[in-house]
Write a protein that binds this ligand. Structure first.
Ligand SMILES: O=CC(=O)O
Length: 313
């Protein structure tokens, strides 16, 4: 497969890069001084594109690569890939489900604990020497709080399982009720937000879920409520979130994702009830390797005419 051109638009995992280089003709777009020229020069060779959470394949890229057969995303979310265009052109699409579920769910719980128990602030209190002047403030208990989950797929269910271990009642919103699960279902996000303490966003980003967290939902969650976003930034109307936090209409937020990454609203930097992470939900050494192996497994299956391991299209 050494002659198969595989385009990597942006740097991702060094392990993935190294393993792709051993098997394929890896073309690193970001190393080219003139990207359009580079694509033109290699368009006849490129049969695969590697996407990720931030960079997928839009119509422009797909149209520029006439030999493109497969987009293998190094992510579970494929909102940056134009799936309709891929279907129309018969281009296959794969992602990396399951292998990252535990890490992302762990991080949701970590964010909830960090916001409620002020872990980052308290750490700063020790490092700055302020502890010598007196004890740190009281914080808020996590155990027993009602956790509302938007999107009860693989990751949502893993969040629920972890929260149950903290004796948290679980409620959820999803497009359809899941009668085989014992959790309380709400048919609207506002109703869910009105009836939980911690609201976790974990659904895929689609036209329907863009800004699923709007002013009405934020107000329903209220001044004691906590929003955790481990899904995608555009799930949340970010300017509404910032106003609500600045005005004390929302109790706090734990965010791993933002509307315009890596730009984060600077008004949030001063707030002690907010914990900000740089989109690291699945970024552990173990999961990076597992995701990379799955990307490679899908490419090898495709070019050997075998069934894809984790097909989306
Ligand atoms: O955001 C990360 C992913 O979609 O895998």
């Amino acid at each position: 497969m050494e002659s198969v051109g595989v385009l990597m638009p942006v740097p991702m995992s060094p392990y993935l890069e190294q393993e792709l280089e051993r098997r394929f003709n890896l073309l690193k777009l970001w190393t080219a001084p003139e990207k359009a020229e580079f694509l033109k020069a290699h368009s006849g060779a490129i049969r695969a594109v590697i996407g990720n959470a931030g960079n997928g394949a839009d119509v422009g890229l797909i149209e520029a690569l006439p030999e493109l057969e497969i987009i293998a995303s190094f992510s579970v979310g494929i909102d940056k890939v134009d799936l309709d265009k891929c279907r129309e052109k018969g281009i296959r699409v794969t992602n990396t489900p399951d292998v990252l579920t535990d890490d992302v769910a762990d991080l949701a719980i970590g964010l909830a604990l960090a916001v409620l128990r002020r872990l980052c602030e308290a750490d700063g209190y020790v490092r700055s020497g302020e502890w010598k002047n007196g004890d740190y403030n009281l914080t808020t208990k996590f155990t027993g709080k009602t956790v509302g989950i938007i999107g009860l797929g693989r990751i949502g269910q893993a969040v629920a399982k972890r929260a149950e271990a903290f004796s948290c009642p679980i409620a959820y919103y999803s497009r359809t009720e899941k009668p085989d699960l014992q959790y309380k279902y709400y048919p609207s996000v506002v109703e869910l937000a009105s009836n939980c303490d911690i609201l976790v966003v974990v659904c895929p980003l689609t036209q329907e879920t863009r800004h699923i967290i709007n002013r009405e939902v934020i107000d329903a969650l209220g001044p004691m409520g906590i929003l955790i976003n481990i899904g995608r930034g555009p799930h949340v109307d970010e300017s509404e979130l910032v106003s609500a936090l600045l005005e004390g209409r929302l109790g706090g937020a734990g965010l791993d994702v933002y509307e315009n990454e890596p730009d984060v609203p600077e008004q949030l930097f001063q707030l002690e009830n907010v914990v900000l992470l740089p989109h690291v939900g699945s970024d552990t050494v173990e999961t990076d390797t597992a995701m990379a192996d799955l990307v490679i497994g899908n490419l090898e299956a495709h070019f050997l005419n075998k069934p894809l391991l984790t097909p989306v299209v």
